[in-house]
Design a binder for this molecule. Structure first.
Ligand SMILES: [Zn+2]
Length: 372
C-alpha cells in the first residue's frame, strides 16, 4: 500500500515537473552572476554551451520579476550554434595589412585600460551619486584621447542623471572620398560600478577602441570612421540603443557598412576568441575568423545568436556586426565582481584581438599611410 502510494505520488510529481518545464524556452540576455542565481530558482536549464544559456521557466512568464523578464527572450534551440570557425582556404598574409597590425602596442593598450580602470566608480548609475564620478572621468579621458588623435569628438548625451548626464563619447573622421560608407567601432566604457575595477569588463574593450583609433590616425581611409565609447551598456545596452535610434532617425545608420564590438578582450587561458553575430551574417563572421588565423595567434570560435552587448543594436538595424570577446566557455571568473582588476589580464591576448579587428578594417577598406 505504502509502495503503491509512493509510486502514485512520484508519478504525480514527475507529471507536474514535466508540465512545469514544457513551456517555451528563453535565451538569457545577461550572465551577471546574481541574475543567473535568480533565474536558476525559477527555471530549468535547457542548453548551456559557448555564449548561449537557454532555460524553461517553472513559473508562468507573466509572474517573472521585471528585472528578469527584461533580460530574456523566447528562443529556439535551433537558433543556437557554437564551435570552431571553418579553416580558411587562403592563409597568405597581405604585407599591407601586416603593416597596419604591426602598429598595435600591447603596452599602450594596457595603459589606456589602466587609466580607465582607475577612474573610480564607472557605473552609469554612479552619475547619480557624484558629478565627479569615475564614469564622468572616463568620459572626459576618452574625449580628450580622441581629440589628441585628431578626431572630431561628440558627446551624445541621452539621459539626465541626478548629478550629471549619461553620454556616449564619439570620435569621427570623414573620408576625403565623397559618399564614403562608415566603419563603426564600439566598446563600452561603463562598468557595473565597483571602485577602480571593471578592468576586463570593459576598460579592455574601450581601450581597444582607443588603440584602433590611435593606429588608424596614421592612415587615410576610403571610409568614414566612427569610434564609439558607449555608456550604459551594463544597464540594458542603453547608450548604443539610444545612439542607434538617433542614427536611424538622421539616416546615418544607412551609411554604416559594418561594425565591430569589443567587450571583455583581455582575460585568456586557452587562446580562443569568440566571434558572435546573427545567422544572416555568418559568412562575414567566417571571413573575420579567417583573418584571425592569418594575422594573429587566436583560435576563432563562432557563436550565434547575438545577445547582451553593443553589437545587438547595430545588428537589429541590419548592419553586419560582430562581437569580439574572450572565450565565454572559460571567461573571467571576476566577471561583474570587485576583483575584475588589471593584474589578472593578458595584454598579449588583447593586443592580438585588436590586431584582428584592424586586419578586418585593413582588409575591407583602403588605407593609405599618412606618414612613414
Ligand atoms: Zn561588458
Amino acid at each position: 500500500m505504502t509502495n503503491t502510494l509512493t509510486i502514485a505520488l512520484l508519478f504525480f510529481v514527475s507529471a507536474l515537473c514535466a508540465q512545469q518545464a514544457s513551456g517555451p524556452s528563453y535565451l538569457l540576455l545577461s550572465h551577471d552572476p546574481a541574475f543567473l542565481e535568480e533565474v536558476g530558482k525559477l527555471s530549468e536549464p535547457v542548453y548551456a554551451k559557448g555564449r548561449a544559456r537557454l532555460v524553461r521557466f517553472t513559473v508562468p512568464y507573466a509572474s517573472l520579476p521585471p528585472q528578469i523578464a527584461a533580460y530574456v527572450r523566447p528562443a529556439d534551440i535551433g537558433e543556437i550554434s557554437y564551435g570552431p570557425a571553418p579553416a580558411p582556404e587562403v592563409k597568405m598574409a597581405d604585407p599591407a595589412v601586416l603593416a597596419v597590425t604591426n602598429r598595435v602596442s600591447g603596452a599602450r593598450l594596457m595603459g589606456y585600460a589602466e587609466t580607465l580602470t582607475n577612474t573610480g566608480k564607472r557605473g552609469a548609475k554612479d552619475l547619480d551619486a557624484s558629478a565627479a564620478s569615475g564614469n564622468r572621468a572616463a568620459m572626459d579621458y576618452i574625449e580628450n584621447a580622441f581629440k589628441e588623435l585628431g578626431y572630431q569628438t561628440e558627446r551624445h548625451c541621452y539621459k539626465e542623471r541626478k548629478k550629471d548626464r549619461e553620454c556616449n563619447i564619439l570620435g569621427r573622421r570623414k573620408s576625403a572620398v565623397s559618399g564614403a560608407k562608415t566603419i563603426a567601432v564600439v566598446g563600452h566604457m561603463d562598468s557595473v560600478g565597483h571602485n577602480n575595477a571593471g578592468a576586463d569588463d570593459n576598460a579592455s574593450g574601450a581601450a581597444g577602441v582607443l588603440e584602433m583609433a590611435k593606429v588608424l590616425s596614421s592612415y587615410a581611409a576610403d571610409h568614414d570612421l566612427l569610434f564609439i565609447a558607449a555608456n550604459g551598456e551594463e544597464t540594458g545596452v542603453a547608450g548604443t540603443y539610444a545612439l542607434a535610434k538617433k542614427m536611424k532617425a538622421s539616416g546615418e545608420m544607412a551609411s554604416v557598412a559594418w561594425a565591430i564590438n569589443m567587450d571583455m578582450i583581455a582575460w585568456n587561458r586557452n587562446g580562443i576568441l569568440d566571434i558572435e553575430t546573427n545567422k544572416e551574417f555568418s559568412a562575414f563572421a567566417d571571413w573575420v575568423a579567417a583573418q584571425a588565423v592569418i594575422y594573429t595567434k587566436l583560435k576563432p570560435y563562432i557563436s550565434m545568436p547575438a545577445w547582451g552587448s553593443d553589437h545587438v543594436p547595430f545588428l537589429e538595424a541590419g548592419v553586419p556586426t560582430y562581437l569580439s570577446i574572450e572565450n565565454w566557455e572559460d571567461h573571467n571568473p571576476c566577471y561583474h565582481q570587485a576583483c575584475d582588476k588589471m593584474d589578472t589580464l593578458s595584454w598579449t591576448y588583447a593586443a592580438d584581438l585588436v590586431k584582428l579587428n584592424l586586419a578586418v578594417v585593413a582588409g575591407k577598406a583602403k588605407l593609405t599611410p599618412l606618414k612613414p
